[in-house]
Design a protein around this ligand. Sequence first.
Ligand code: BT5
Length: 288
Amino acid sequence: MDDLPDHSFETALVSRLSQPATRLLGRPLHFFDTIDSTNTSAARLARQGATEGTVVTADAQTGGKGRLGRSWVSPPGVNLYLSVILRPRKPTSAAPQLSLLASVAVAEAIVQQTQLLPVIKWPNDVLVAGKKVCGILTEMQANGSHLRSVIVGIGVNINAPLASFPEELQDKASSLLLMCGEPVDRAAFTVSLLTHLEKLYVLWLETGFPVVGAAWEGYASELLGKSITVTAPEGVISGTARGIDQDGALLVETVSPEGQARPSPRVQRILAGDVTVVDGYRKTGTVN
Ligand code: BT5
């Protein structure tokens, strides 16, 4: 009996999406009990010509992917693993903007569905009380210098108990349940996320990056103006976080090495790397 798949998440999701919550995203929606990776599946569908807005979601992943070949812990029955196929008529350089946009949509869904205060850590992790509750993996297929499709993959730890994380992640990762002390409705959260994602995506297509960038900076207030260290491919960079630019690059103000006659601040653009806030992130994650 225990091995029978639980279809209540799928049923609740399909029922909520049948109401006009979204026009584009989740139409169609492919639901799997178990899959290797929703991103891999969505990329395959995109290559076969799936339309913009197609969503792949699963109750569990056996090969959930993070960035740079890392893996994403994806137990069954508790979390959200979702990939959206988008087909914006934009150059490939615009793809990182969609990762930032997705992190804003996740933060907005958390605000709408819980009492928690989400924070975005550059480029697109979403944290609550300093712990990672969401990761985003954006992969693209290009047609020369233009995008053919972008797969935006989003993993949110919704009702995961602490024991579902491997020991080495237990002090770095968390779930909405662990943070707010009560279960969060997975289907309601998913629809809220798709609704915010769609709203932001349409705004981005119509008006460009500035509105999304400003919303992103609003959720990254614990980073901006703070002393940070970035471990980047070009080395370790220390300075003050100042914002992001059109390419999603982090702008870090650094001061030239001591001993120089006149230390002069300059802004460095960081395109990839891991950020540490020198004083750490705040430890409380609720509104009150
Ligand atoms: C990410 O990579 O954070 C992107 C994760 C994207 C997952 C979604 S799920 C739906 C879609 N389908 C997929 O196959 N992937 C996407 P990165 O920044 O590289 O972070 C990966 C690191 O986060 C790992 O090396 C662990 O340290 C940590 N980690 C792994 N699983 C985690 C989890 N469930 N919650 C929090 N942290 C986790």
